[in-house]
Design a protein around this ligand. Structure first.
Ligand SMILES: CC(C)(COP(=O)(O)OP(=O)(O)OC[C@H]1O[C@@H](n2cnc3c(N)ncnc32)[C@H](O)[C@@H]1OP(=O)(O)O)[C@@H](O)C(=O)NCCC(=O)NCCS
Length: 182
């Protein structure tokens, strides 16, 4: 398994591994109530909670050579959110042991195409280095912004399911190319 952790660069973004030094920036995103509208509605409440999340991400770096990555806006050199892959090792929609593509951005940076730009860079990295992992994504059925991102970068809805851990109704996405092959 490849353990190299990437730093990806796009026209407007740097997408790079997350360290404990990022905890305040990470908190500034994950504590925003709007960011959680279509998640489990539990914004992060404290820096200590954020440290646990970063420790979990760093475990994924060690164990699987992948994990969520921080997104820096080049023009301001500011953290604006995170994206990338999470290795799912608990049942989701009856599946386990796959990668999930995800992202959360600070409200101030929505609507600028950043989520799509970052997800495209992740997808290119997936195709070049990670195709030995199965890849899926999920969104709340009403999360139109996220649905748009996923559809633009090559996913399609194949199922609808109830995500019991978060008590929300979700769409399940497969890669278009994988659905065509199977
Ligand atoms: C989901 C999220 C990343 C989308 O960010 P974004 O800044 O809107 O993304 P982009 O600018 O790349 O835009 C994606 C597309 O969705 C569209 N879109 C964004 N919000 C929308 C909405 N509420 N309704 C309909 N379309 C929407 C955009 O117009 C864009 O389409 P276009 O390029 O054809 O105009 C952002 O809203 C977010 O961080 N939300 C909180 C966390 C979250 O829900 N993460 C996803 C969990 S599954």
């Amino acid at each position: 398994m490849e353990k190299y952790l990437p730093t990806l660069e796009t026209k407007r973004l740097i997408i790079r591994p997350i360290s404990m030094d990022d905890k305040d920036y990470f908190f500034a995103t994950d504590s925003q109530a709007e960011v959680h509208t279509f998640l489990n509605k539990e914004p992060v409440q404290s820096i200590e909670e954020m440290e646990k999340v970063i420790a979990f991400i760093q475990q994924q770096y060690e164990k699987y050579g992948i994990g969520r990555l921080g997104v820096i806006e080049k023009s301001s050199n500011q953290w604006i959110g995170w994206t990338g892959f999470k290795y799912i090792d608990e049942l989701e929609n009856g599946r386990i042991d796959f990668l999930d593509l995800g992202y959360r951005f600070r409200v101030e940076s929505w609507g600028k195409g950043y989520a799509t730009e970052a997800a495209l860079a992740c997808m290119q990295y997936y195709r070049e280095h990670l195709t030995h992992f199965e890849l899926h994504a999920i969104t709340h059925t009403k999360n139109e912004g996220s649905r748009n991102v996923l559809e633009k970068v090559g996913f399609q809805i194949t199922e609808e399911f109830y995500f019991d851990r978060w008590d929300i109704h979700c769409y399940w996405y497969d890669l278009v190319e994988q659905s065509v092959q199977s």
